[in-house]
Write a protein that binds this ligand. Structure first.
Ligand SMILES: NC(=O)c1ccc[n+]([C@@H]2O[C@H](COP(=O)([O-])OP(=O)(O)OC[C@H]3O[C@@H](n4cnc5c(N)ncnc54)[C@H](OP(=O)(O)O)[C@@H]3O)[C@@H](O)[C@H]2O)c1
Length: 268
């Protein structure tokens, strides 16, 4: 089987999380991994793990056949311009940026290069990520399998058609922030009612974990689980009525629509 080498352009949070997963799972060894960042010091912690630090994105492309473009979406045009002369039809470009489509990358590179579009999320940093993947027709099954294994090493993966890759960001890419926002609102609400914030945080974090396990393991729908908590005439029902009146569901759905719209803008 072909031995692949993988490179990361950008040594930020996401690159670090994916790279650690690659090393820990043994999918890639240190010497099979390259990294480049405009700030060289960001690469130093990876050099200590045996990863090869490159002096430019072009050097990295020459050394690697799989390349994770781990920079912010706004930086993509500059990076693609820089590497376009060096990318060949043997490279697999792995894009993790919100909104950047396969077509956008291929048009910037100048030919139908191999692209796997990926949407990970930040819990990947703890090996507990959720990642959506979509492959273009020119990526082989064995190449796609390696990319899929790479992200499976830090959580779960789901394969989607590219047409859904913008909308899925609202489901798992951005949604950790909704959960943190909910946590903040609950903790702030507890403080307003005289409860210590650390005690409230401890109890609510455990509640998020437990509720996630109920959703995953009970076999019941969200509505059935709500019914288990909300007895007639009880406290939960009073709270849920208030959420209905203030438009909780609509607010979340509007937030999701805004997320998708912004992804579409970033891809233009
Ligand atoms: N964070 C999330 O929740 C999340 C979820 C899913 C997908 N993503 C995607 O993942 C990508 C990376 O996100 P991140 O949070 O890891 O970003 P990040 O921490 O800002 O990392 C990006 C790194 O790339 C560096 N960089 C900037 N321009 C460069 C260039 N021309 N060549 C090489 N390196 C360059 C940045 O340096 P400077 O800091 O000096 O600019 C920074 O160190 C983004 O496209 C984002 O949309 C993020």
């Amino acid at each position: 089987m072909k031995q692949h080498t993988i490179g990361f352009i950008g040594a930020g949070n996401m690159a670090g999380a994916i790279l650690n997963g690659a090393l820990q799972s043994g999918i890639f060894k240190g010497e099979q991994i390259c990294i480049f960042d405009v700030l060289e010091e960001k690469c130093r912690p990876f050099a200590q793990k045996g990863v090869v630090v490159c002096g430019s994105s072009i050097e990295l492309i020459k050394k690697c056949d799989m390349v994770v473009l781990a920079v912010k979406p706004q930086i993509y045009p500059g990076v693609l311009e820089e590497i376009k002369e060096t990318v060949t039809n043997q490279h697999v470009l792995i894009s993790i940026a919100a909104g950047i489509s396969t077509g956008y990358i291929q048009s910037a590179i100048g030919f139908e290069c191999k692209v796997v579009r990926v949407m990970p999320n930040t819990p990947l940093l703890l090996g507990c990520g959720a990642t959506a993947l979509s492959k273009c027709a020119c990526v082989t099954d064995s190449e796609f399998q390696i990319v899929s294994r790479l992200f499976s090493a830090c959580g779960i993966v789901e394969i989607l058609p590219e047409s859904q890759m913008n909308a899925i960001i609202a489901v798992h890419g951005s949604s950790p922030a909704y959960v943190y926002r909910l946590a903040k609102a609950v903790i702030d609400g507890a403080v307003q009612q005289g409860i210590d914030s650390q005690v409230a945080a401890k109890l609510f974090i455990q509640t998020i974990k437990g509720s996630a396990m109920m959703l995953e393991q009970s076999g019941q729908t969200p509505d059935e689980l709500i019914q288990m908590v909300a007895s007639p005439g009880g406290t939960t029902l009073a709270a849920l009525r208030e959420m209905d009146e203030t438009g909780f569901d609509e607010s979340i759905q509007k937030a999701m629509e805004a997320c998708t719209k912004r992804a579409e803008e970033l891809g233009k």
